[in-house]
Design a protein around this ligand. Structure first.
Ligand SMILES: Nc1ncnc2c1ncn2[C@@H]1O[C@H](COP(=O)(O)OP(=O)(O)OP(=O)(O)O)[C@@H](O)[C@H]1O
Ligand SMILES: [Mg+2]
Length: 312
């Protein structure tokens, strides 16, 4: 669906993205992650031609993006900006209706779609549709930014840290909505985030950037089980630090074990340290006050991405 071939982007002498190659499949949820300034937004914006590339090729549906008119891209590719950018003089409903109107949808269909999407993200249409963006909270505006990108039902959606300004509860529920949506209507989504937990929960595959270069591309499972280098390990580990220990994955029902067939891990071991053991062992034994309990790498992974439900 979207293919990068040796893509480089320079701003003057500064290389923002260097020799990036990857392929986003139709219906895939593809996550771009990495530290601030690593090239995520630049990569995303090159897809819909908001930023021209310096070297290499980007194909959209097997055609170089340079062969498309910019407006064609806007029809086919929904885009959620990193900074909320609703039109301040328009109402919420008018903001959402932008692309459907360009596509000459019927008014009644636009109204129906607008109400449906607003309800989906917990904004009562009757209360909010005629307000101006300034009359909404930051989080509410961000939700409008998200549904605006979905309004005309584009096959591809680019999202740049769309949930970063939201409180944890709204964030979780929007993540869940997005997973549901993607599973039901098989959108192709390229999603930028800083947050490894969000990436693990949402991504079919994750692409980790570091200073403009891709360090690793793979499924959440592959990141956890076989991180390619120290940067990857640290990136996964750093963000989990102090929050998750191995003990949290062991329940009362976990199978007990007494022999020495499995490497023994302390209950308080941080999960990123445990991944080093999991990289070589499918199953470990966790030492708990109730004895040693078995823990599978797969179970840890499933737990971390629990919200993905059956599609993991
Ligand atoms: N218009 C520009 N002119 C010059 N340099 C730029 C420009 N836009 C981005 N850069 C530089 O390119 C690099 C990549 O920027 P980019 O915005 O893609 O990073 P990012 O990964 O999205 O970061 P963040 O997580 O902070 O949003 C950074 O070093 C940035 O300073
Ligand atoms: Mg960015």
């Amino acid at each position: 669906m979207i293919e990068f071939k040796n893509v480089t982007k320079r701003y003057g002498s500064k290389t923002a993205v260097e020799d990036a190659s990857f392929n986003v499949k139709e219906g895939e949820f593809f996550v771009l992650i990495g530290p601030s300034g690593s090239g995520k937004t630049t990569t995303l914006k090159m897809i819909n031609r908001l930023i021209p590339l310096t070297e290499g090729y980007i194909y959209f549906k097997d055609k170089p993006v340079s062969d498309y008119e910019v407006y064609e891209m806007r029809w086919d590719i929904g885009y959620v900006l990193q900074q909320i950018a609703l039109f301040p003089h328009m109402t919420i409903a008018e903001n959402i209706a932008q692309v459907p109107q360009m596509k000459k949808w019927k008014e009644a269909d636009i109204d129906k779609r607008t109400a449906e999407l607003m309800t989906m993200v917990g904004l009562d249409p009757d209360t909010y549709k005629n307000r101006k963006p300034a009359e909404l909270s930051g989080g509410q505006q961000q939700r409008v930014g998200v549904i605006r990108a979905l309004a005309a039902d584009p096959p591809v959606i680019l999202m740049d840290e769309p949930f970063s300004a939201l409180d944890p509860i709204t964030r979780e529920s929007l993540q869940d909505d997005l997973i549901k949506l993607q599973r039901e209507i098989k959108k192709t989504i390229v999603f930028v985030t800083h947050d490894i937990k969000e990436a693990m929960k949402l991504g079919d595959r994750i692409c980790l950037f570091n200073e403009g270069q891709i360090e690793q591309i793979g499924s959440p499972d592959e990141f956890l089980s076989t991180p390619k280098n120290d940067f990857v390990k640290e990136f996964i580990g750093y963000q989990q630090k102090e929050r998750v220990t191995v003990g949290e994955f062991v329940s009362e029902n976990s199978q007990g074990v007494n022999n020495e067939d499995y490497p023994l891990v302390e209950e308080e071991t941080k999960i990123e340290d445990a991944f080093k053991v999991f990289a070589e062992h499918e199953t470990v034994a966790v030492k708990t006050k109730d004895g040693n309990k078995l823990l599978n790498r797969q179970d840890v992974f499933k737990h971390l991405s629990a919200k993905r439900g059956d599609s993991a």
